[in-house]
Design a binder for this molecule. Structure first.
Ligand code: GLN
Length: 239
């Protein structure tokens, strides 16, 4: 990766990926596809302990999982606390949180100020068997692919990502996968809604923070990962 970047004379974007739970490898794959689509070069840094966050990250992905488990599992290693401290120190560096990641951004806990001002209800659509897929209306300003490559299989840490289905939708629709999803119970008090399901908010953008209650990494829709990389690249160019 570094050699290729050096050869291309490109800046490498360093993306942190919290490796606690959930579809982490699919996010890794999505980042690689999005980078290829945009002609960017990324290094994905798996984050497991607080020390892993000390790399100079340009952006961060908080995958889904079970937010309570994620809080407990990271308590001893201090990972979540280190991630939250990084987010507080770098408000302009983009963060994409999906599902439980969205819960953590809206409710970091431990007396921290929320990163997103929106009310969220855990498992707000019902339990596991009420998980569902549905088409969303999306309005996110993000670059289109300049390369059409879609089929990268992530080899992050030697794991192969789950095969994900479908094609990236064009325009303002997107297929949403909701797994024991949280539910935004009101409009955000700050920021804008960038995805809706039957009129209700399921995606919120506030500055450099984007939270979705669904799982774009389990579809072929890479627009959110392209948004993350484009934001990271433009912020890095301005530093
Ligand atoms: N139900 C989970 C929680 O409350 C979130 C589910 C998910 O991330 N897919 O943390």
């Amino acid at each position: 990766m570094f050699l290729r970047a050096a050869r291309l004379g490109k800046v490498v974007l360093h993306i942190g990926l919290a490796m606690v739970q959930g579809a982490r490898h699919e996010h890794g794959e999505a980042l690689e596809v999005a980078a290829t689509q945009l002609g960017e070069v990324v290094t994905v840094h798996p984050l497991r302990t607080a020390a892993d966050v000390e790399v100079d990250l340009d952006a961060l992905v908080l995958p889904g999982g079970e937010s309570t488990t994620m809080r407990l599992a990271t308590a001893s290693g201090g990972l979540l606390e280190a991630i939250f401290a990084w987010m507080e120190a770098h408000p302009d560096r983009p963060v994409l949180g999906t599902c439980a990641g969205a819960i953590l951004m809206a409710m970091p806990g431990e007396g921290r100020t929320a990163f997103l001002e929106i009310d969220v209800e855990r498992n707000g659509w019902g339990r596991q068997r009420r998980s569902f897929e549905a088409d969303l209306a999306v309005s996110l300003d993000c670059p289109s692919p300049t390369e059409t490559m879609q089929a990268v299989r992530s080899t992050l840490e030697g794991h192969t990502a789950l095969p994900v289905g479908g094609e990236e939708a064009t325009g303002e629709t997107m297929h949403g996968v909701f797994i024991r999803a949280p539910r935004f119970t009101a409009e955000p008090r700050r920021g804008e809604v960038i995805a809706r399901l039957d009129g209700e908010p399921v995606g919120v953008l506030d500055g450099a923070r984007l939270a979705l209650t669904c799982h774009p990494e389990l579809t072929q829709d890479r627009r959110f990962h392209r948004w993350l990389l484009a934001e990271a690249a433009s912020h890095k160019a301005g530093r």
